[in-house]
Design a protein around this ligand. Sequence first.
Ligand code: GLN
Length: 336
Amino acid sequence: MKKNSFLSAKVMLVAALLSLNTVIYAQKSIDPPAISEKILSGILEKNRAYYTQGKVADYIPELGKMDAKAIAFSLVDKNGKVFNTGDVHKKFTMQSISKIIALMLAVNERGEADVFDKIGYFGSDKPFNHFSNLETTGKPLNPMMNAGAILTTSLIAGDGEKPFLKILDMVRYITKNKTIDYNKSVYESEKSTGNRNRGMFYLMKNNGLISGNEDQLDNYFKQCSIELTAEDLAKIGYFFANQCVRFDGDATHKNKEIAKLIESQMLTAGMYEFSGEYSRNVGLPSKSGVGGGITVSVPGKMGIGVFSPALDQHGNSLAGYHMILDLVKQYDLSVF
Ligand code: GLN
């Protein structure tokens, strides 16, 4: 009897200690350590090896030359403070991430109703370069897949390369980085091999959605070839997370509605056909590009930029995705 009550006291003590531990642990997970470069580099190192499981885009030789081992992780916090780790100076082409800038400009100029009269708000279970329903309803599914993005860029006013220059200027403004330019040889390769995109362009021209000449398609190839760093991507993420206010507080382009529209498109289709699963796991508006970058907006808070050129089967950076996932879990950043 005595032995039994001693045992049950012991069990109770262990249970009490365990629940105390749970309380401490819970407090820890509510209040994780302040974000620092050390935290980011810990996450980077944990995920560095993912590049071995992915594949660098090689649809043009220029991209195939990318160093598969390069990796960078950047963050701009609520106050505009920048954190960088990894190959912070490494430049890569923004590719499809340029689609959110083009969408912003087209909607700024023509209004959302006019732009979305020609493009849907749909997600997709098809890859980014799929013709989707161009041959049925005639309209691209969304502005994040190639067809919709080619159309979006054609809707920005101006002859020749003027629309592209507006996109480049906006990227330079958002990142406060005037040195950003496009990579001419990537552009030349995109142009000479981009017959699938050319096919979409002419189909949309046939459908009466595009009225200009091939200069408009060139502008799309040029915007895909804009080179930047993970830090620049984090600043783009910050911009859309904070109602189009720049990381240094400049509010020249402040526009809550545009930011909400862009973020909703990023969430719906920014990671292509992986967007639904990504929303479940990460839960943040994000846009990827086949250059290996991903820009992420944490609404009302921060921007995240990652880079690692080895891609998964959907065309999203594999190590980049896992770095984002770890940060989001550690800091409970999902909007859901
Ligand atoms: N330049 C690429 C293309 O047009 C961009 C696609 C992407 O980044 N997913 O196919």
